[in-house]
Design a protein around this ligand. Structure first.
Ligand code: MG
Ligand code: MG
Length: 594
């Protein structure tokens, strides 16, 4: 189906919004009146700009407080409408959105509403315009789609139809099945917005918290299926009022928006995409740093060995068992300081994974970074992290390790990366979650809020079904400073106490935890003799869920990266979220190493 987006969903000037929508591949836009009023462009110029950008203007909106009012008021409303219809003719758009009235003058009189909307439609017809009547969830007398449709039906006017808006329908808990009773040709427009499930005033909820389909808690796909079954063949149009999107750059927001519609259409069989290729493991994590020494010291103390060096670039490979970390001192490190720049994901079909990513608008990175490098498929995540699709140790496919010259053999030892935690720029959180679930085929877990001394973190993990790929996405207090955008690499161990001791004995520095934390742990759980004293000594944190136990500790931060040692027992599935506030406070108390 054609895709469209309301200009109100994007930030910037009207020109910036139109450009972003076009670049993201939308077919059309809804022009929001305020964007037009604030634009220096004449309607004819806006029309020409849209045509140049390959965008149709699918809707002009909104027209408010029109119907079911005393005659004198209605005559004034018609005068107002005439001006809008003239404007629409200049703009070259043929559908106007009329929201159900919230005016204190509006009467609870459906027959009057129908008669006046029919007169409005008469006038609209003179200008070649159609009127799409939408029930606002907080409309004074008309607040459900069934009610709006019954008035449209009673009016029986060819230039009058209804506009369905998923937010207004689902926020009220209406059953969308009844949409199938509306003739498709009378559904003049369909607006889509998701939203997190919140218990709050519906108007505030709508104005501030709408999000793109798949980012909230509504069954948007189910609703669209009913609309398609009704015979609707107009555009799928996003109308999202969101405080974050209003501030974020329009370009990435438009891409996020269009990706949400691609995923939505795929989910209901309207437009297939290349199959998701779910990663089966983490091949490596790549740290860039201007100075390899502090990172190398931590890796060495954690028991990893520098096993190889890249043939053509200043990149070292560190390994312990299946845990692999690349340390890159190339040019980008001098610009950005120490941080986690790339992740290698083990993929059953690297090329297929890249095809899906590209179909879902992920920027594809050049496959070959040096003439002799192995061909690797890679894309950029919304936060700029490079994701490589790898086939480690599979002879039929290029192995990234062939780019490396062996230095020494790692000591035998088990090890793997338990999870990666990637703190997102503040305006990319929902986008990141949708990206990782749709592009990589990972499952999103519940979002949790974590208190930081200087703000609130939101965190959401995405995993594959076996837990061999776990990525914790977090967003910090907005706007996030670089230093709080720390990333971490968690290494799995089957004995965190021994691992922490080895790390310390090898010169590593563990993040100390406050005594109050351990006093509280003693109150909450029973430990064996001496157990808690050991945790207190080493800074080990403890958590438990219905399945099992979790013990973990942290290294000091280097630049924007730190490491975690984790011991999962008995099927524990979390990440120690309840300990995160203590960890964050402890990190604030310590300055990063550099
Ligand atoms: Mg709407
Ligand atoms: Mg962690």
């Amino acid at each position: 189906m054609r895709t469209s987006i309301a200009t109100v969903s994007l930030s910037g000037s009207l020109t910036e919004k139109l450009t972003a929508a076009s670049r993201a591949g939308f077919d059309g836009v809804e022009i929001f009146e305020n964007d037009l009023l604030a634009s220096p462009l004449a309607p004819e110029e806006i029309r020409a700009r849209c045509a140049d950008l390959g965008l149709t203007i699918d809707l002009y909106q909104p027209m408010r407080d029109i119907e079911a009012v005393p005659e004198g008021e209605f005559v004034r409303n018609l005068r107002r409408a005439r001006h809008k219809f003239e404007l629409m003719r200049r703009l070259g758009t043929d559908t106007v959105l009329v929201c159900s009235s919230v005016s204190p003058l509006a009467l609870d009189d459906d027959a009057l509403a129908a008669a006046q909307l029919a007169r409005l439609a008469d006038l609209a017809q003179e200008f070649g315009v159609r009127v799409a009547y939408e029930a606002l969830a907080w409309g004074r007398h008309v607040s459900t789609y069934e009610h709006a449709w019954s008035i449209v039906e009673a009016a029986g006017h060819p230039a009058l139809g209804t506009c369905l808006d998923s937010f207004h329908i689902l926020s009220r808990g209406s059953d969308p099945k009844g949409i199938e009773d509306i003739p498709g040709e009378k559904i003049f427009f369909l607006q889509l917005a998701d939203a997190p499930l919140l218990a709050m005033d519906v108007l505030q909820w709508s104005r501030h918290y709408r999000c793109f389909p798949g980012q909230g808690g509504f069954d948007i796909a189910g609703l669209v299926q009913h609309v398609v079954r009704a015979g609707y063949d107009g555009p799928l149009s996003l109308e999202v009022f969101n405080d974050v999107f209003r501030q974020a750059e329009a370009g990435p927001t438009a891409v996020d928006a269009r990706r949400s519609l691609l995923v939505l259409q795929e989910s209901i069989g309207l437009a297939p995409l290349p199959e998701p290729v779910v990663p089966t493991g983490i091949a490596f994590a790549e740290i860039v740093t201007p100075d390899a020494e502090p990172v190398s010291a931590v890796l060495g103390a954690l028991g990893l060995t520098r096993t190889a060096r890249h043939r053509s670039k200043p990149v070292d490979l560190w390994e312990r068992g299946e845990a692999r970390v690349l340390v890159n001192t190339g040019p980008s490190a001098r610009r950005d300081g120490t941080g986690l720049a790339a992740v290698g994901l083990e993929s059953p079909d690297p090329a297929g994974a890249a095809r899906r990513a590209e179909a879902l608008l992920a920027p594809v990175l050049p496959r070959r970074r040096a003439p002799e490098d192995a061909l690797l498929d890679a894309v950029a995540a919304p936060d700029g992290t490079e994701l490589f699709f790898c086939a480690t140790g599979r002879p039929e496919l290029p192995d990234w390790r062939t780019d490396f010259e062996p230095l020494e053999t790692a000591e035998p030892g088990v090890g793997r990366i338990d999870h990666l935690a990637l703190t997102q720029p503040w305006h990319h959180f929902d986008e990141a979650a949708l990206f990782h679930s749709s592009v990589l085929g990972l499952n999103g877990q519940e979002s949790v809020d974590v208190a930081d001394p200087y703000g609130l973190f939101r965190s959401r993990a995405v995993t594959n079904s076996t837990g061999s790929v776990r990525i914790a996405l977090a967003v910090g207090p907005a706007p996030t400073e670089d230093e709080t955008r720390a990333q971490h690499i968690a290494l799995a161990t089957d004995d965190v106490v021994a691992a922490a001791r080895r790390f310390r004995e090898a010169g590593g520095s563990l993040l100390p935890m406050p005594a109050n934390y351990y006093d509280d742990l003693a109150a909450r759980y029973e430990f064996t003799e001496g157990e808690l004293a050991t945790y207190r000594e080493l800074g080990i944190l403890y958590d438990r869920d219905a399945q099992g136990e979790f013990r973990h500790c942290y290294t000091r931060t280097v630049g924007r990266v730190f490491f975690e040692l984790v011991q999962r027992d008995g099927g524990y599935q979390g990440y120690g979220a309840q300990n995160a506030p203590v960890r964050l406070a402890a990190q604030h108390a310590q300055r990063p190493l550099r």
